[in-house]
Design a protein around this ligand. Structure first.
Ligand SMILES: *Cc1c(COP(=O)(O)O)cnc(C)c1O
Length: 399
């Protein structure tokens, strides 16, 4: 390790709360490549956890940010700003939900808004408030979204958690039925679970949840924070299932690396959150909104939805090769460029070995190596990265 990296890591360890365990100091990025502080290049197959979908420093996104920053960085929601207004119009258009948008600053905050909207609607629709979520899901780190995230590693030590959540098993419609009571107002799920292990919902399950919500007058809420904005080959992962949720949230990839979250509703729920019931000082920040408009423009003009499907198919084939080759590599899961490799090992070992070879990956759940590469990934870069992954797997699982 260089003395520069060591110096920064020493300060980091002394002064930053140990909520993460990083060992690489990054300085800049371009496309799929990031460079550490000593100028070592790495392929980022994490996209900064699903954020840099159009690649690092895309010229159109950089220009949009620079221009808007020079014009006005913030004006509060006591006034209207044009980029956020145009972005709301665009999100309603690409989702086809016919409703309205609430802007905030992160995935957890967007999910909080969804839960609050569901409760507000439930209060005048039978006095209902309970939200069914899934044991393998992930919804964020605020107290309510931690309560919605039914996983011990996320909840332990934070009691008492907000009440009003019931848990079911993913891809198990019977367990959803069993979790519904006369207090249930909504079912909240990820169409493709990220942190939980890169598990897509089955077609039958998504359609079943929609039908159940219709039958019992419940809201179907999709958390698109990780799978949304094109990653699975459609703008939003639920669009791959021929169903429409009542509400969905997005964040991570929406604004090209700037913090932004959004809650999108259908027409029925468009005016449930009205003044003064909910707000966010920075929500709809014009710089983030300008970046988001540029991101959507890039996804459209560079045809990145189709690219996510095409490159996803190629990458999946390469990962399947690893399953065939190594006894301890068990399965490929996911959709588009949201892929997981199930391993019979601690996935952190594999992620570390891959970083040593020059490609960054993530873990998910207890036994999954997760890949969320930028959607601008090209075939030759994928091939190079797959060779590096192969060398890493040789190191971990022997050859
Ligand atoms: C990352 C994530 C969140 C939380 O988003 P933050 O921006 O970290 O608050 C919520 N839901 C899903 C599915 C996520 O992947």
């Amino acid at each position: 390790m260089s003395s520069k990296t060591q110096e920064i890591l020493d300060i980091y360890k002394a002064k930053v709360m140990p909520t993460y365990r990083p060992s690489i100091v990054l300085a800049n990025g371009r496309g799929v490549t990031v460079r550490d502080i000593d100028n070592r290049p790495l392929y980022d197959f994490t996209s900064g956890i699903g954020v840099q979908s159009v690649g690092y420093s895309h010229p159109k996104v950089v220009k949009a940010i620079q221009d808007q920053a020079a014009a006005m960085t913030h004006c509060s929601n006591l006034f209207v700003n044009e980029p956020a207004t145009r972005l709301a119009e665009k999100l309603v258009e690409i989702s086809g939900l016919d409703g309205k948008v609430f802007f905030c600053n992160s995935g957890a905050e967007a999910n909080e808004a969804a839960i609050k909207l569901a409760r507000k609607w439930g209060a005048s629709n039978g006095g209902r408030y309970e939200v069914v979520t899934f044991r393998q899901g992930f919804h964020g780190r605020t107290l309510a979204t931690v309560a919605a995230t039914a996983q011990a590693w996320c909840q332990e030590g934070f009691d008492p958690l907000p009440v009003g959540f019931a848990y079911a098993d993913f891809n198990d419609l019977e367990s959803v039925k069993a979790a519904i009571t006369d207090k249930t107002v909504a079912v909240m799920l990820e169409a493709v679970q990220g942190e939980g292990g890169v598990t897509p919902a089955t077609d039958e399950f998504m359609k079943g949840v929609r039908a159940l919500c219709d039958e019992k007058n419940l809201l179907m809420i999709c958390d698109e924070v990780q799978a949304g904005m094109g990653r699975t080959g459609t703008w939003f992962a639920w669009q791959g299932y021929d169903v429409k949720p009542d509400l969905f949230t997005c964040a991570k990839a929406i604004a090209g690396g700037l913090p932004m979250g959004a809650l999108v509703s259908n027409a029925k729920l468009a005016d449930v959150l009205s003044a003064p019931s909910h707000a966010s000082t920075f929500g709809g920040n014009p710089v983030a909104a300008a970046a988001a408009l540029a991101v959507i423009d890039v996804i459209e003009s560079e045809k990145l939805l189709a690219r996510a499907s095409e490159m996803g198919a190629l990458f999946r084939e390469a990962l399947q090769g690893f399953v065939d080759k190594y006894e301890k590599v068990l399965e490929v899961r996911g959709k588009g460029l949201m892929l997981g490799l199930v391993v019979d090992a601690d996935p952190r070992e594999v992620v570390e070995a891959m970083a040593a070879q020059g490609v960054l990956a993530l873990t998910a759940g207890k036994n999954v190596v997760r890949f969320l590469p930028p959607l601008v990934l090209k075939e030759d870069t994928l091939e190079e990265a797959v060779d590096m992954m192969s060398d890493a797997l040789d190191c971990v699982f022997g050859e």
